[in-house]
Write a protein of this length. Structure first.
Length: 194
């Protein structure tokens, strides 16, 4: 009987912690992005779960958006730790670039009724780090989410803001092959560590 009670308590503990752990992370596969209407002739969803620009396109920029409808409560970064934006991307070198931003859109217009400007809370730019190793491989990038939306005390506040990931894959040479495999938002630096 004691063994059954311990098993029951262990199972209940695991189930109780499961929602808490999953609430610390938001993730999206590259193929789940919404392609801008102007870019419908240039994107390619791959069987790996990634998105890229078709090889038949010699140059251009592919714009994708990922709605972030359930983001963990992100507070102001603390010393030594911060919420993170993480991506797995492919930048094949000169002529290739991937930029990923977490954007906050104010739900309410300003006093004159005009839309408020978008705020970038965190940015990853593949051109900020020199490529090493196999240029066709996906590499992990991470950046602190540290900019507060205007007028907010928190990084995320669904009462006043809507959030989305804005991704741009650019190629300026025919041989370039930028790609985006996954995007992730972590409530803290260690929340997404394996």
């Amino acid at each position: 009987m004691r063994h059954k009670l311990i098993s029951f308590i262990s199972a209940a503990t695991v189930l109780a912690w499961a929602p808490v752990a999953s609430a610390q992370i938001w993730s999206a596969a590259g193929i789940s992005g919404i392609v801008d209407e102007a870019n419908l002739n240039m994107y390619q969803f791959n069987t790996t779960g990634s998105v890229s620009i078709k090889s038949s396109v010699s140059s251009g920029t592919l714009n994708l958006r990922y709605p972030v409808q359930s983001l963990p409560d992100l507070l102001v970064p603390q010393q030594g730790d911060c919420p993170e934006l993480r991506v797995n991307l492919r930048d094949t070198g000169p002529g290739s670039r991937v930029i990923v931003r977490l954007m906050a859109l104010s739900i309410f217009p300003d006093a004159d009724g005009a839309p408020r400007p978008l705020t970038s809370l965190g940015v990853i730019d593949s051109n900020t780090r020199e490529a090493t190793g196999d240029p066709t491989a996906y590499r992990s990038f991470r950046a602190c989410i540290g900019t507060l939306p205007p007028g907010s005390e928190f990084l995320t506040d669904y009462a006043f803001f809507a959030y989305y990931i804005d991704a741009q894959l650019s190629k300026s040479t025919a041989s370039a092959n930028p790609g985006l495999l996954s995007v992730q938002i972590c409530a803290s630096q260690d929340a997404c560590d394996p």
